[in-house]
Design a protein around this ligand. Sequence first.
Ligand SMILES: [Zn+2]
Length: 508
Amino acid sequence: MKNLANLLLIAVCISSSLNSFSQRLKSDDIRVMVDENFMTATTNLHHFLRLPNDGNFQEQIENNKAWCDSVFRSLKFKTQTIITDGAPLLFAEKIFHKDRKSILFYLQIDGQPIDRSEWSQNDPFEPVFKTLKNGEWTTEEFDFTQKNIPDDLRIFARSASDSKGPAMSLISALKILQEQQINPEYNIKVIMDFQEELGSPDLPKAVIKNKNLLESEMLLIMDGTRHLSNLPTLTYGARGIATATITVFGSTDALHSGQYGNYAPNPVFKAAQLINSFKDEKGIVKISGFYDGVYLSERDKELLGEIPENMDSLNSRLGIAIPEEVADTYQEALQFPSFNIRGLKAGWTGKEVRTLIPEEVIIEIDMRLVPETPGERQIELLRAHIKKEGFHMVDSIPTKEERATYPKLVSFNYRIGSKPFRTEMDSSIGEFLNSALTKVFGNTVVNMRTTGGSQPMAPFIEALNIPAVSIRIPNPDNNIHAPNENLRMGNYREGIISCIAVLTEKLP
Ligand SMILES: [Zn+2]
């Protein structure tokens, strides 16, 4: 540290472009600090991953909460448990400057349930280090006294990537700064969620109830995977989701196709006509008003175009000839609401096939939502479309009278899931984060306007009226939610570097 400071002093004397030089030095400074402390950070992550963290089990929640509580207390944060109707949340806060604003960090502490038999190691909560050798993941003896941890080494354990690795990146960054006696540029609040994988059922109410406590300038989410390029990634929003089940009815029971073929209508053809009415040949949804309000400006397109992506290699990876034509590129397509048939069932197939006219067809639908297309509206548009196609709608099994009256009969049920959110990329939070990350990574930062999946962030944004961005750390091939979840050590190292860069960046 002292040497670097002296070097800077000399540099000031000899360099006329002070600004760029000091910025470059600052980046080196951060890297040195992280390298010196990386073994400690790895040991702590290893320790944290040994705590089972399935949010379905109260004891596991309590153990993880106690661990986080002691960690934040050792960082001289004030901690408090937020009681909810279900699992508690943990809140931690440290005022570094009385006259400055706060940033709120969201940490997901729980992980997906595990199926031990599917893992290549005995216990998903006993972390194992592996490297790829001749196409195979090979276990490495890990020496906790070694100096250099290779970037391509990976730690395999549940929640390594989703999301104890990202949580530990922030915690390690805070610890390093504390040891170096460097204060972050702003005050810090942290909220820890122990049931994210269960859809954070009690979070929305807790946020509204604790508005004053959580009040801050912005929300930074330590969750989510990097862009496919594995470059440092910032994501400004997530799509929401609404689902629906449509059952198209035929005769009361399945009928013999020899006896009743040519007489009793087969509901599969009616379902096919309905399905055909949802999208045109280019994959564009034909439901009237489905895309209304969604608009990409030239600037949006320009920003989306900066993401390093090649459609040919994407198509070949997916095994498709040509994509749908909702938008010009993959990233642009994610900015629109989508309409998907996620399941379809009628009669039997394969060895079980039989000569019957099925009595019903079940169509399972999911619609991904963007802020301009709320779930309630999309469901109403879908409902109106089905009616326009001449179907009579019931809530459950039709009555005898309904069957006698309506030749085209369906039941319709729906559910609205998490809400979409989006923070503008051309915003001060975007500038702040890009300035911080560019300082350490140069012009390699990937800014993604929206990810396809969902995150439980809408309650924060609505109740606190603040922008939210997720800082993405794990490698994209990390097997999250699946067996053999892992985190690349190079990503963990860069995660800590990212956090220090953000913590030491001046708020706009
Ligand atoms: Zn997850």
